[in-house]
Design a protein around this ligand. Structure first.
Ligand code: UDP
Length: 194
């Protein structure tokens, strides 16, 4: 997939459907994918902090979550014509997981937020397989990784804020070989919890 680059930050010129279709092919090959949302704030941070820039550019999909990226693409004659927001991407991934029977794990946010988010998500997707959840204030990372590994999850949503969640995903990707889709979702559990 050819990326567009803004101030050194890569962005995937794909719609929700395009990303799901690529993910489906990667999952069939047992390949892991990471999804990160790019907005002007992150582009600015990336230009001050090379670690953040690498975190973004090493991701499989950098979704254009913000009108700034759309405008920049338009000015450059690029192919990004619509926003792909982190929270809507998560919703589409949940629909896809429910349809295909992929178990999902939710990690992050306060206990009452993550549990309420899951019950709201399941109201709309009764067939969704929830492999498990953990609030974002868990201290024992290796025990948590073991729990996620044993849960049978194929998709993991990490809601710790940026760049904490992306750093967590990078540290643990190799320890979770059966998880094929990782998305850092910031405050999305708060949004789903209503
Ligand atoms: N959070 C967490 N553990 C932490 C820090 C933050 O679970 O150690 C959660 C917090 O409860 C909130 C989310 O991470 O649900 C952060 O959302 P925010 O909107 O700040 O993230 P952004 O979208 O701005 O990256």
């Amino acid at each position: 997939m050819v990326k567009e680059t803004y101030l050194g930050v890569d962005v995937s010129p794909l719609t929700y459907e395009g990303i799901i279709s690529e993910l489906q092919q990667k999952m069939a090959r047992n390949e892991q994918s990471t999804i990160i949302a790019v907005n002007p704030e992150k582009v600015i941070t990336a230009n001050r902090d090379s670690q953040v820039k690498s975190l973004i550019n090493e991701s499989t999909f950098q979704i254009p979550d913000g009108v700034g990226v759309l405008l920049a693409s338009k000015l450059k004659g690029g192919r990004i014509t619509s926003r792909v927001t982190g929270v809507d991407m998560m919703g589409k991934l949940l629909d896809f997981a429910a349809l295909e029977g992929h178990p999902v794990y939710f990690y992050g946010a306060k206990e009452e937020v993550v549990t309420k988010a899951i019950s709201e998500i399941q109201k709309d997707r009764p067939q969704l397989k929830v492999a498990g959840y953990t609030n974002g204030y868990e201290k024992d990372e290796s025990a948590l990784v073991q729990r996620i590994h044993e849960s049978g999850a194929k998709m993991l949503f990490v809601a710790l804020g940026s760049p904490k969640q992306e750093l967590w995903i990078k540290r643990n990707l190799a320890n979770l070989p059966n998880v094929l889709v990782f998305q850092g979702v910031g405050g999305s559990f708060d949004v789903f919890s209503g």
